[in-house]
Design a binder for this molecule. Structure first.
Ligand SMILES: Nc1ncnc2c1ncn2[C@@H]1O[C@H](COP(=O)(O)OP(=O)(O)OP(=O)(O)O)[C@@H](O)[C@H]1O
Ligand SMILES: [Mg+2]
Length: 347
């Protein structure tokens, strides 16, 4: 079975040759640049500066390779409301490190809501169907990475998992290993960046902040505790202290306010233009259309609201224009009489 040690060994030889060639300098075994990963994150994620600063510290620590040997490389929990960039951050890290947004193993904990689903992670116990094969949801290549690249594992919506499943994870977080109940198999997580996301406490903390952290109550000092305290209380309600203690950092992603809409719009437009460039086309937006796309933004749905407007309103109009003017390569989208119009760009 191609466990990580064998693969690390295979990779090690070629890297060691490079080390020898590099002379007496301190070279990390990891072939990724924290700066390059961060510049991608800073280009594509808005409004989450605190979380990004923490990501930078994590990446530098991992690159220096000075962490404990018998633990995962890093264990992070991202908290926050829906559509604010939690999953996207992990995908972008994967893209920057592995050249592929889907170079990570994502496990939707929603699907592991019942006690007996722990077997989906660890394989069935001896005597049960499937125990010999040792099937598991983990994609080993993506979890274990390689000698020069860390594996990336994302547990999405961790609060939805059953207590039994979370208990199974304790060992993973603690020792970096998971031994299957059948005893004949083990997965190694010591070369893995582990991310978990959760909405737990997000609504409560926000409702609290809205009520007490603004206006006259705040000035009069009537706030009973901070949103952070509420969040921590909610976390403790969902998770055992043993679990929380094994997490390196718990980061809160903020709800995206109106101030970030223009920046979000530019990110989405850049994405659309990247796809259009494959069709030899380029799109710009009029000021009226920009204002329209930012109007009616409902913060409760996060950035997905903006994505929806792009997909449902702008893209069909652009698609029609592309097909109508096959020889034109510059287009401008505007907004007139409550409709999105796309016309050929005239210099
Ligand atoms: N802070 C952000 N900056 C830029 N784009 C964002 C941001 N947050 C979200 N987006 C966009 O919205 C989409 C949805 O975001 P994401 O999947 O990260 O949400 P999430 O925080 O994981 O929410 P959920 O809890 O619902 O899973 C992303 O694909 C991305 O395009
Ligand atoms: Mg998500």
């Amino acid at each position: 079975m191609p466990f990580i040690n064998e693969r690390l060994e295979a990779n090690r030889e070629s890297i060691e040759k490079d080390w020898a060639a590099a002379g007496p300098v301190r070279v990390s075994r990891f072939r990724f640049e924290p700066d390059a990963v961060m510049s991608r994150l800073r280009d594509k994620i808005v409004g989450q500066d605190e979380a990004l600063v923490a990501m930078e510290a994590m990446l530098v620590r991992v690159k220096a390779d000075i962490g404990e040997e018998n633990r995962p490389l890093a264990v992070n929990l991202f908290l926050g409301p829906t559509g604010v960039g939690k999953t996207e951050t992990v995908r972008l890290i994967s893209e920057a490190i592995h050249g592929n947004r889907d170079g990570l193993c994502r496990i939707d904990m929603n699907t592991l809501a019942q006690e007996h689903y722990a077997a989906a992670l660890t394989g069935a116990p001896p005597g049960y169907v499937g125990s010999k094969e040792g099937h598991s949801l983990f994609d080993l290549d993506k979890v274990q990475g390689s000698f020069s690249k860390p594996g990336i594992l994302l547990f999405d919506e961790i609060e939805k998992a059953s207590k039994e499943v979370v208990r199974t994870l304790l060992n993973v977080l603690d020792t970096g290993r998971l031994v299957f109940p059948s005893g004949n198999r083990e997965i190694d997580f010591r070369n893995t960046l582990i991310f978990m996301t959760s909405n737990a406490g997000a609504l409560e903390a926000e409702a609290h902040d809205n009520q007490f952290q603004k206006g006259w109550r705040r000035w009069l000092g009537l706030s009973p505790g901070s949103g952070d305290a509420i969040r921590d209380a909610a976390l403790r309600k969902h998770f055992d202290p043993e679990f929380l203690n094994r997490i390196d950092q718990i980061l809160t992603f903020n709800r995206l306010t109106d101030n970030w809409l223009e920046a979000l719009l530019d990110i989405e437009l850049a994405g659309l233009n990247r796809r259009l460039s494959r069709k030899h086309a380029e799109l710009s937006l009029s000021a009226e259309l920009r204002a329209e796309l930012c109007r009616g933004y409902d913060g409760r749905y996060g950035a997905r609201e903006m994505l929806r407007a792009f997909r449902q309103r702008l893209e069909p109009a652009v698609a029609r224009a592309l097909l109508s003017y096959p020889d034109c390569y510059r287009f401008e989208a505007g907004f007139r009489y409550k409709e999105i119009t796309v016309r050929q760009y005239v210099k």
